[in-house]
Design a protein around this ligand. Sequence first.
Ligand SMILES: C[S@@+](CC[C@H](N)C(=O)[O-])C[C@H]1O[C@@H](n2cnc3c(N)ncnc32)[C@H](O)[C@@H]1O
Length: 278
Amino acid sequence: MEAARDFDFTDRHFDNFRKMVSEHTGIALSDAKRELVYGRLTRRLRKLSLDNFDDYTNYILENSEDELSNFINAVTTNLTSFFREDHHFRYLADKLIPELLHRNRASRRIRVWSAGCSTGEEPYSIAITLRESIPDIDNWDVRILATDIDTNVISKGENGIYDEERITGLSSGRIKQWFFKGSNKQAGKVRVKPELQQMITFKQLNLMTEWPMKGLFDILFCRNVVIYFDKPTQKVLFERFTGQLTEDAHMFIGHSETLYNVSERFQLLGKTIYRRIR
Ligand SMILES: C[S@@+](CC[C@H](N)C(=O)[O-])C[C@H]1O[C@@H](n2cnc3c(N)ncnc32)[C@H](O)[C@@H]1O
């Protein structure tokens, strides 16, 4: 039985929103996401004091500059955590960073892109791994670009303040070294240390639109992002990624993602770890 609803939400409304989401973000919303979309968009209706979903659709069309980003923020899935899929960070520390320190010894430059970075736990985990594995990192030019379509998660990442529970899985040594514990009003919160924040640039970027970056990246993390895209969209995206990567760049994708039947431009090195084929 369907739950009683405050607002009428028909197939037509859902299909309409689904189409808009797919056109703007590449995200293909399945039928299973119907309740989630209803719940999240209902909050927008209430906030805007609108009476029904037809009015909300018109509102987006008339105020697309402002409302489109709220609409997109409402339908993205931002699940993430520090050191999620820990084996990627171990590979980074044990294999990839030593390789890059040798390969890039002349330029002393390393560029990393965390595409679909959500609230920042992924780029901060990368920053921690880089700092822990490169003893003379201050003599290197190391930058992490962290991008996401969702403007809310980008500001959260930039702030670098998290609930303490978010870091309970980390060793006490890591917590002590890389986080400040909040007190008084900030009790129960932690803040990442400035030496991590300084390495990262957070930027709103839709992977479906043009990318402004000029330089090439040595490492790309695009994890648990393309799982929401259909295959043709994934194919185009991975083709575009190759143009943004150095010759031997490495790429990490999410645990339930694969390049099988999507791209032949990358060689599989380990579980969800790839190297760009020259
Ligand atoms: C599930 S999170 C993954 C976060 C992190 N990479 C991880 O694996 O923990 C997926 C992120 O992709 C972002 N995203 C979805 N479509 C996007 C698009 N077209 N362009 C950029 N980011 C997008 C979402 O906003 C969301 O924050």
